[in-house]
Write a protein that binds this ligand. Structure first.
Ligand code: EPU
Length: 431
């Protein structure tokens, strides 16, 4: 298992390019199951979760080809036929987002057998709403031997209101409803940019979806979808992690290929903390992305934050923000409202010298504390990112074990950060 050895105390400086969004590319890949024609995706990030979903599509009998492009990968995926409707435990346990094949398989082939994902480091994360919604569309779903067995003899449109906002739940239902008979209305739907990106792809494939990006999405089912070409949106969480990386090291970074409008809550919070961020709009007449520039180095003050669904402060930035608050003056209360167990990074940050206490869903961080390098353990994707950030701010050497978690969702983070002045060495251990 790989480890990172980080030499801390070096301010970052330079330009860094943001990759395509993992959480937009995954549903886009699942959506290719909805047509027998080729779907071409650009700006697909080179991260491990994408490889896991590709292996799953391969098991189902889907053809895919990958080519390197200047920015990310180009993937051409074609689901001509179905060899097997099974998403096996071995793949689903590696990545819960595998459940995204459930809706498309049911809608196009009338059957799916998907392993239940089981527990997760950050919470119980049930998929009851995916199931309930698909049942509303007419699916028959049973649980046996650790698998969801789903069948449908043609799905039909229905109204469904989510009890809790669910990102992949909304995506699964949107994909299923795209081929259902009649109109589906999803209420209390997730409005994350990744949901909107999926709707844009589906509409290019011939679907009829309105309202994606809001809490009410309506989908008029069509009988067939066709091939399309689509570029995945920039990864707002990777971009946010880079903004915090500049802030925590007192550095200056220019972020290329980001989408600042997806980062409004984080940018507002960082500016209030004392980290100035400047957005330059694209040159008129071009399709360039705006450029984000962060110039840190001044004093930072502690500020409370509460995670919320989009457009609120993202839970996927909570761990990184906690690392930052260890370097701000004063006490901050970080409230996690999306997942019930997403503070696993706190005791690891404490090993580096952070002063953090946990009270249920609230973490209280007292800053500013001097961090010193130590050995720590990565427990999940975003927790790992927070340890990399803290390691860069710590004096001396930090060794992070189990960095495979970070490789699931960040494209060679150490290479990108080293280019702008970090000193992170990957130590690969052959098992
Ligand atoms: N929930 C239910 N029942 C369901 C579905 C969700 O109770 O059927 C609950 C969950 O337990 C959780 C809340 O609803 O408490 C929100 O979960 P959601 O379904 O929105 O999460 P997700 O779709 O499984 C996606 C991202 C996560 C991100 C969350 C929240 C993907 C592939 N994953 O997960 O990303 O944290 O939304 O924004 O899109 C990450 O990238 O590190 C990551 C964990």
């Amino acid at each position: 298992m790989d480890k990172f050895l980080i030499q801390g105390g070096r301010p970052l400086e330079g330009r860094v390019a943001v990759s395509g969004a993992k959480n937009a590319a995954l549903p886009a890949m699942a959506a290719t199951l909805l047509t027998d024609q080729p779907v071409i995706l650009h700006n697909v990030p080179r991260v491990r979760d994408i490889g896991t979903l590709r292996s799953l599509l391969d098991e189902l009998g889907v053809d895919s080809a990958v080519e390197h492009e200047e920015h990310g990968n180009r993937m051409e995926i074609q689901a001509r036929r179905l060899l097997s409707p099974v998403a096996p435990y071995e793949l689903v346990k590696q990545m819960r987002a595998s459940v995204l094949v459930l809706g498309p398989l049911l809608a196009r082939f009338g059957q799916a057998r998907v392993s239940l994902p089981g527990g997760c480091a950050i919470g119980t994360r049930p998929i009851n709403l995916h199931v309930k919604g698909l049942e509303m569309l007419g699916a028959l779903i049973k649980v046996a031997h650790g698998y969801l067995d789903a069948k449908a003899n043609g799905l039909r449109g229905a109204n469904f209101k989510f009890d809790t906002i669910s990102v992949t739940g909304t995506e699964n239902l949107m994909m299923a409803a795209a081929l259902a008979d009649g109109v589906t209305v999803l209420e209390n739907a997730a409005s994350e940019p990744e949901v909107e990106d999926l709707a844009n792809l589906l509409n290019k494939m011939g679907a009829c979806i309105e309202g994606a990006g809001t809490g009410r999405i309506s989908i008029r089912g069509v009988t067939r979808l066709h091939g399309a070409e689509h570029t995945i949106i920039p990864d707002r969480i990777e971009a946010g992690t880079f903004l915090v990386a500049a802030a925590i090291t007192g550095g200056q970074l220019v972020l290329e290929r980001s989408e600042p409008s997806h980062l409004t809550a984080l940018i507002a919070k960082l500016e209030e903390v004392g980290v100035p961020i400047h957005t330059t709009p694209p040159r008129p007449g071009t399709f360039d992305c705006p450029v984000l520039e962060v110039r840190a180095g001044g004093p930072m003050r502690a500020l409370d934050v509460t995670t919320q669904e989009y457009p609120g402060f993202p839970t996927d930035m909570q761990a990184q923000y906690m690392a930052l608050m260890t370097q701000a003056d004063g006490e901050s209360v970080i409230k996690e409202t999306i997942f019930e167990n997403r503070f696993v990074h706190a005791p690891e940050l404490a090993r580096l010298g952070a002063d953090i206490s946990i009270d249920g869903r609230r973490a209280i961080v007292r800053g500013k504390t001097a961090l010193t390098g130590a050995k720590v353990l990565a427990s999940d994707l975003r927790a790992s990112a927070s340890l990399v950030l803290a390691g860069m701010a710590a004096e001396g050497e930090t060794m992070i074990d189990r960095v495979y978690h970070i490789d699931r969702g960040y494209e060679r983070i150490e290479v990108k950060l080293n280019k702008v002045g970090a000193r992170i060495r990957r130590i690969s251990e052959v098992p």
